[in-house]
Design a binder for this molecule. Structure first.
Ligand code: TGC
Ligand code: FAD
Length: 388
């Protein structure tokens, strides 16, 4: 019998359909041929590699799990595999795609009018329109129900005032899905670039997600027509349901980061000779490698079952919380351990673990911090009593 594949120890890929494998292979090739050759340099120079966008769009990855509107209509397992492969390249590339798909196209599709869908989705699928999602505010992101940004109805328009912070794609976005408090509760608005009173500014000096644009958004008497309000979004459940979609992608993405780190680490310990033998022949290193593979294997199985539940319409948002918490923690621990096993060389951008490790420090914070996800699962176990 063949030895197991270290990167997919239980042959989880064998559980995918031919179509799912074909989608994965296409994105694997893209990452190997186009993303990996440029990503370390982009990260080092704090630059989002925009040049990858046209191919991401040509491959049909934007809005890939939406039916119609020039979108690919893939299932959610495919969407997960796309996130996994993109994040094997870099969390920044996956973030770009997550925001466009889960946080911008999803709410327009789910909560928008038919006119809004026709207007925006086909162009977003082709990357002719880029989106960002403004929920978090400077005063705290974990509790968006207390947002200060507000929108006031004036005639047929809404006037938005406030600020959003830590917004992926902010300055490159043509539209901002903006969540604001109104007299009737939380509502979502499509704010178009160039609208008077709306500005965006990049956040600089990040040590994490350097190959990604992160911005602040400002709304100063920004007037948008009622036709730019998402008519079906009522209350906090609107934005939170978008987070469920994006968190689902992260569950898979973290596996990609961890696999990239394992790959780099395995190659290194097999060629590094210390104390007269390859590093890979020492007991401690083998235990650490085995531990990485154990964690990655668990995460793969968790992600696949989550994807199958989602495709069957049986996924609860607390399922996603458990998996986001588990898989991102797994990714971060694997990346840190890989970084250590590479010795001093592991602190440079030449080897990927430190880049993934730094990125995952954001991933474990955004889309709900680890603590928030623990508390979401805890609430589910304790009769719905929230301990936030
Ligand atoms: P709570 O009372 O729990 O919920 C209010 C209403 O929403 C419903 N709900 C959800 N619906 C769908 N999906 C979910 N995940 C949901 N969670 C809750 C809930 O049933 C209720 O509905 P209804 O009809 O009864 O009104 O609200 P709460 O204020 O107690 O807050 C709960 C908490 C803490 C879990 C929530 O605020 C939270 O998730 N906080 C974390 C915030 C967060 O994750 N922010 C992320 C911002 S976006 C981002 O980080 C993008 S990074 C992108 C990238 O670059 O990849
Ligand atoms: P806070 O909410 O202030 O939390 C601080 C600490 O307190 C955390 O450790 C948290 O776990 C802990 N904590 C909070 N509540 C409790 C509690 N009840 N009990 C115990 N501990 C608690 N947001 C968007 O809207 N759109 C985006 O596109 C976006 N992109 C991002 C990109 C990057 C690179 C980053 C880093 C963030 C991004 N975010 C985005 C924001 C992200 O969602 C928030 O950072 C996150 O929700 C946490 O909010 P906060 O940073 O304000 O931390």
């Amino acid at each position: 019998m063949e030895s197991p594949n270290p990167f997919d120890f239980y042959d989880v890929r064998g559980l995918f359909s031919d179509d799912e494998r074909a989608v994965q292979d296409m994105v694997t090739r893209f990452v190997d041929e186009q993303a990996l050759p440029i990503i370390a340099d982009a990260f080092e120079h704090d630059r989002f590699p925009k040049e990858l966008i046209p191919t991401i769009a040509e491959m049909g990855l934007l809005g890939c799990n939406i039916e119609g509107y020039d979108c690919a209509g893939l299932n959610n397992v495919c969407y997960g595999l796309i996130c996994q492969e993109l994040e094997r390249g870099d969390s920044g590339i996956r973030s770009f795609m997550s925001v466009q798909n889960s946080l911008c196209m999803f709410p327009i599709h789910r909560y928008g009018s038919e006119e809004q869908r026709q207007r925006w989705l086909p162009r977003m699928a082709k990357a002719q329109v880029i989106g960002c999602f403004g929920l978090t505010e400077p005063d705290g992101g974990s509790d968006p129900g207390t947002m200060k940004t507000h929108a006031k109805k004036q005639g047929g328009d809404w006037v938005i005032n406030g600020a959003k912070m830590w917004i992926t794609n902010g300055t490159i976005a043509d539209i901002a899905i903006t969540w604001a408090m109104t007299d009737e509760g939380v509502r979502g608005f499509i704010v178009e670039k160039g609208t008077p009173g709306y500005t965006a500014r990049d956040i600089k000096r990040k040590f994490s997600l350097r190959a990604s644009v992160t911005s602040e958004l400002f709304f100063d008497n920004c007037r948008v027509p009622d036709s730019n309000r998402l008519p079906e979004a009522h209350g906090l459940a609107g934005p939170l349901s978008c987070l469920t979609q994006a968190r689902y992608g992260i569950v898979w993405g973290a596996i990609g980061s961890a696999t990239a780190c394992l790959d780099e680490c395995l190659r290194f310990v097999k060629q590094r000779t210390l104390f007269g033998r390859p590093l890979s022949h020492t007991q401690t290193i083998q235990r650490r490698l085995a531990n990485m593979v154990r964690r990655i294997t668990n995460a793969r199985l968790l992600a696949l079952q989550l994807g199958r539940l989602k495709d069957a319409g049986r996924m609860h948002h607390s399922h996603v919380s458990l998996a986001k918490w588990n898989n991102v923690r797994m990714g971060l621990d694997v990346a840190r351990d890989a970084r250590d096993m590479l010795g001093a060389g592991g602190i440079t951008v030449e080897q990927c673990p430190i880049r993934h490790m730094l990125n995952l420090e954001s991933v474990i914070t955004y889309e709900g911090t680890e603590t928030i996800h623990e508390l979401i699962v805890g609430r589910e176990l304790c009769d719905g009593v929230a301990a936030f």
